[in-house]
Write a protein that binds this ligand. Structure first.
Ligand code: WTA
Length: 652
């Protein structure tokens, strides 16, 4: 619950040293302008990019049932790599674009200037061309957090290929499904991915994935550790090819609505869907939110600790910061390796001004003790950010006091893979902060709170419901790759005429927004978004499993943990060995992030007479809150509930 005694920095008590881009008054003015006259507002914001052919149309969007159609700047042409690199060369060619901080602190960080970035991206783009990749082709990127990941993204953008990054923690099966899902021509991978002192064999994972893909998918391999790998006919040596490649590669002229990337994300049903972002609107939105939300100023060093495998890495490690000519940090490691001081050591070493991370990391580091923070000089920090899940007030307070020394505003940014950039967030210097609240809509975002069942708009303050958005914003996803119907069904059919976020929210007495968590079957484990249906289908794919139901439960560090109810096939006996086997199985089907935290053997699952699993009850039992099970009279066999309660795994 909320501790109202928390010392909250406000616009006046903790204003950043550089005058903030917006104060409260300016925010109000700009927000009003953005929703009263979106055409003019975004026409002006569109000027932050360099266009090859300027746009004359700004907004052409429809949320109407049967006609979900979203276009921004639709007759303009541009190139994302030109905007993130080339246009900076004249004024900041020698400035560091990317600081790469390797997994081991013993290894030296790399400072990559905009000029070096240009050279490497052009070379990689020419390598891609040499492999036959052309405009519109899909390229899957399965890389560690190394500079080549950014080169690969920008090289695709340069030649108009569509990248789809798969987080290096995903298993071969998950990788294969994504390669096939977008019909990729090429996978870019590395030999190994060092992380936290361990190495994931990315190349052999890719080999395993490609067994299930078309024969003509090629593989470009970056050398990271130099460790041994197998080599097949479809493999190409990235380092060797780049060494020979020309550093001259003209940019492809892209329409604003040409796809820039596909990113697979989890939903409440079925397999992950390919979220499609396009060129113009996405980049305008990523760059504007990066500048305003973090109060980024020229010369600042910006660090987002995400992985480029997630949308946060796309928008706030690569595209937003580089479009703004920033110095952005790319960190290969983890917060606790070699020790719990690593984040703070890196902040001090590179004089980080804005630091952006997830609550799960904050909670883990809070648990390690203040001394890890206090050892390091964090005086360059000006703004702290949080993303991925609701932040509990205790973690917020620690972040504020111990890391920010009470002088760095915390921006709790609510957004999604689908939204391209921040949707609700406080702004440094403009917002009186409330711990745990995402507070205010970003420019152009019109949140509405709907009554969940009737779908009626709930007006006024002090209300709670589901969060929808009334009109389009430039960073919005355009479609689900290859399945526009699924796009409409997922986001626009429960509440007609609105974009449905899948999250619940409260608008408090002051009109500030608080995200209350997902209202669908999506869970958030250590800031990683996962569909319970995906874990269930992995479990039932095991020969000994007859049925399974997966729910989230509160977890002190991870935010939510994965709780799996498993019904075994007739004749199979539960055992600890089988539990281990199922854990390993899920890791191999999806990846380590999907490993169940708790597995309960369930002789039966609570179902309605029509056979629908009553997840509400399973969630309550997993939360150890079975006093409040609600109505169980519609169950086909109410006695299964007693068994589940008696054998519950999460006893508090
Ligand atoms: C959750 C990550 C509360 C939310 C950028 C959303 C948050 C899902 C916040 C999207 C926040 C993200 N406060 N909840 N500040 N930020 N979420 O697609 O449930 O990986 O729907 O995008 O994370 O996760 P995704």
């Amino acid at each position: 619950m909320l501790d109202t005694d928390i010392d909250t920095p406000t616009a006046s008590s903790a204003a950043p040293e550089k005058a903030p881009h917006v104060d409260a008054e300016r925010y109000a003015q700009m927000y009003a302008a953005s929703v009263d006259d979106p055409e003019s507002f975004w026409a002006e914001q569109g000027q932050r990019l360099d266009w090859i052919k300027p746009f004359s149309k700004v907004k052409n969007t429809s949320f109407a049932p049967g006609n979900i159609d979203i276009r921004w700047f639709e007759d303009g042409t541009l190139n994302v790599a030109a905007n993130c690199i080339d246009r900076h060369l004249e004024t900041r060619g020698d400035q560091t674009a990317i600081i790469w901080e390797p997994d081991s602190p013993q290894d030296a960080a790399l400072h990559i200037s905009y000029r070096d970035l240009h050279t490497s991206v052009c070379k990689m783009a020419n390598v891609l061309k040499g492999l036959g990749i052309t405009k519109g082709d899909r390229v899957v990127i399965y890389l560690p957090m190394i500079p080549e990941a950014a080169y690969a993204m920008l090289a695709c953008a340069r030649i108009g290929a569509i990248h789809s990054i798969v987080f290096a923690g995903f298993s071969p099966d998950a990788l294969g499904a994504r390669i096939n899902g977008c019909d990729a021509k090429l996978v870019i991978t590395a030999d190994y991915a060092p992380r936290g002192g361990r190495e994931t064999p990315l190349k052999s994972n890719t080999d395993a994935a490609l067994l299930h893909c078309k024969d003509d998918v090629q593989c470009l391999v970056v050398k990271r550790t130099g460790g041994q790998t197998t080599w097949t006919d479809r493999d190409h040596d990235c380092n060797a090819l780049m060494a020979e490649a020309s550093a001259d590669c003209p940019v492809e002229e892209m329409n604003a609505e040409d796809p820039l990337f596909i990113l697979y994300t989890s939903g409440s049903t079925g397999q992950p869907k390919g979220v499609v972002h396009t060129t113009g609107g996405y980049l305008v939105y990523a760059s504007l939110t990066h500048e305003i939300t973090f109060d980024y100023h020229d010369g600042d060093v910006f660090w987002c600790t995400a992985d480029v495998g997630w949308v946060t890495g796309h928008s706030y490690i690569v595209y937003g910061p580089l479009a703004n000519g920033a110095t952005t940090i790319m960190f290969e490691g983890v917060p606790t390796y070699p020790d719990a001081g690593r984040f703070w050591e890196v902040c001090a070493k590179h004089k980080v001004n804005q630091f952006y991370t997830a609550p799960t990391a904050i909670r883990a580091l809070m648990g390690a003790g203040n001394e890890w923070v206090e050892k390091h000089d964090l005086s360059d920090l000006r703004v702290l950010g949080s993303v991925g899940e609701p932040i509990n007030p205790e973690a917020w307070n620690w972040y504020n006091e111990v890391v920010g020394k009470g002088r760095c505003p915390i921006v709790d940014t609510f957004w999604q893979t689908e939204t391209g950039g921040h949707m609700l967030t406080p702004l440094p210097g403009a917002t009186t902060l409330k711990p745990g609240a995402a507070q205010q809509p970003f420019f152009g975002v019109q949140p509405v709170v709907l009554e969940p069942t009737s779908g009626e708009v709930i007006e006024g303050n002090g209300v709670e419901g589901v969060l929808c958005i009334k009109d389009s914003w430039p960073g919005q996803m355009r479609t689900v790759w290859g399945d526009h119907e699924r796009f409409e069904k997922t986001y626009f059919s429960d509440y007609k005429g609105y974009y449905f976020s899948g999250d619940g929210c409260r608008r408090d007495e002051d009109g500030d927004y608080w995200i209350t968590g997902r209202v669908d079957d999506v869970i958030n484990v250590s800031g990683h978004r996962m569909g319970t249906a995906e874990v269930e289908s992995a479990l039932v794919a095991h020969a000994k499993v007859a049925e399974s139901a997966v729910v989230g439960y509160p977890h002190d560090v991870k935010g939510q943990g994965i709780y799996a109810y498993v019904t075994l096939m007739n004749g199979e006996e539960p055992s600890d060995a089988l539990r281990k086997e199922l854990e390993t199985w899920v890791r191999s089907e999806i990846g380590p992030i999907a490993k169940p935290d708790l597995i309960q053997w369930a002789p039966g699952l609570p179902k309605t007479r029509s056979g629908k699993i009553m997840r509400r009850i399973l969630r309550k039992i997993a939360e150890d809150d079975f006093g409040a099970l609600g109505d169980t009279s519609t169950l086909a066999d109410p006695s299964v509930v007693d068994d589940l309660i008696a054998n519950r795994m999460n006893r508090r």
